[in-house]
Write a protein that binds this ligand. Structure first.
Ligand SMILES: *Cc1c(COP(=O)(O)O)cnc(C)c1O
Length: 417
């Protein structure tokens, strides 16, 4: 059985059209890295680009570098728009953090529907999204309606329909659920939200660079997402925001900063926002992180999102087969959708001792992450993970279960999981 599974991994790696992309990353043989959905690996191009930006652009060009740096939010945004998200140029910008962008776009949407007094989200949405929406609801004295979603299956279209009425201004959901990897029906949910007269804001943190995002087909209104996960932008790299072209002039975001101003360097005393996506910018961007994001985005654009998504589904499908053969007998259960088209690029396993097992795995040089309440999340990022890496990682996991080595680890979780 194990031999068949290993032979299959080798065959899949041999046939992998993305195999060469692995060489574009800094690797450490021996470590099985299954956490590309939390922090992508370092691209070699990023290391070189940052060295140039630091040594030449900052070191020698100094303030003159701003002639180039001022374009970065749009340059990276347009590459992400056309190369990964498949939306029009001028609808995406690199800016701030996902949390801050979510606040800006959610506030702008609420201001555009002032007669409506309800926001809808679900309880499987990422905590920061729920907190931002709670804060907006509290500050404005409006209601936040939270759909109860199944933690493994994600938010459902009927549940969203149920939550809609003519008081709803904004629906904010994640496209790919951070815990289970379940993919929401972005097209049909957007259609239902529009039919109710509301705006929709999608969080793409776990889908950008992992699966195709049908923003254009759905004519979705707004989106935000991270670049440091599947887009390999590096720790704390700036996030992105998307605003559909025909909505841009209608919306105003709440932080009126000088990077959103029409003619920024005219230094006018009164705020007059830019007509385009720049009106959703705020202040001076983190240039180093921005160039890291740009290089990360470029790799995904080069590989093509369809190929990345196909390999992601194959990798997680293979991990599920290993789970069924090796881990289910040790008390694991799949906590992600079994249907490949309903999964993002990570897969989650449930086990009552998942916290301890996660620590034991890290000690065995396999890096997954732990998610509450009792889940082990495996993110075999398609651009640099081989099928044999998934084999090796889950083989070490099986050994930990067989030997009981995980019982040596404390039940309390560490500060960062
Ligand atoms: C990772 C993640 C975030 C993180 O937001 P930051 O502002 O970068 O801390 C937000 N939303 C979702 C869905 C995420 O997965």
């Amino acid at each position: 059985m194990g031999g068949d599974l290993l032979a299959r991994a080798h065959a899949l790696d041999t046939a992998d059209p993305l195999a060469a992309f692995r060489d574009r990353f800094v690797l450490d043989e021996g470590l099985v890295y299954l956490d590309g959905n939390s922090l992508g690996r370092l691209p070699r191009a990023t290391r070189d680009r940052l060295r140039h930006v630091v040594e030449v652009e900052w070191g020698e060009e100094l303030i003159r570098g701003w002639d180039r740096w001022i374009e970065l939010a749009r340059e990276a945004g347009d590459l992400l728009a056309t190369g990964v998200l498949r939306v029009r140029r001028g609808t995406v910008a690199l800016a701030d953090s996902t949390t801050v962008n979510l606040y800006k776009l959610a506030a702008a949407a609420l201001d555009a529907r002032p007669e409506r007094r309800t926001i809808v989200t679900d309880d499987d949405n990422f905590p920061t999204d729920q907190y931002v929406l709670q804060g907006l609801a509290a500050a404005r004295g409006i209601r936040l309606r939270t759909i109860a979603s199944d933690l493994d299956a994600g938010v459902s279209l009927p549940a969203v329909r149920e939550a809609l009425d003519d008081d709803v201004a904004l629906v904010c959901l994640s496209h790919v659920a951070y815990r289970s990897g379940a993919v929401a029906d972005l097209v049909e949910i957007t259609r239902a939200v529009h039919a109710a007269g509301a705006l929709v804001l999608w969080d793409l943190s776990h889908s950008a660079g992992a699966v195709p995002v049908p923003l254009a087909r759905a004519q979705a209104d707004l989106a935000v997402g991270c670049t440091y996960k599947h887009l390999n932008g590096g720790p704390g790299a700036p996030a992105f925001l998307y605003v559909r072209a025909d909505l841009q002039r209608e919306l105003r975001q709440p932080i009126w900063g000088w990077f959103g101003q029409r003619d920024q360097f005219a230094m006018a005393g009164t705020y007059d926002p830019h007509d385009g996506i720049e009106r959703f910018l705020v202040g001076t961007p983190p240039v180093l992180g921005g160039y890291a994001a740009l290089e990360g985005i470029r790799i995904t654009a080069d590989a093509g999102i369809a190929a990345v998504a196909a390999k992601g589904r194959a990798l997680t499908g293979y991990a599920i087969d290993l789970h069924d053969a090796w881990l289910a007998p040790h008390g694991f259960a799949l906590a992600s959708p079994r249907a490949a088209t309903r999964r993002g690029a990570h897969v989650t396993l449930h086990h009552p001792r998942a916290g301890q097992i996660c620590q034991a795995l890290k000690a065995a040089k396999v890096i997954p992450d732990f998610r509450t309440p009792d889940r082990l999340r495996l993110g075999p990022a398609p651009l640099y993970t081989r099928f044999v890496d998934v084999y090796e990682g889950l083989h070490r996991l099986r050994e930990i279960m067989t030997s009981g080595a995980y019982t040596q680890f404390p039940e309390a979780r560490s500060r960062v999981t």
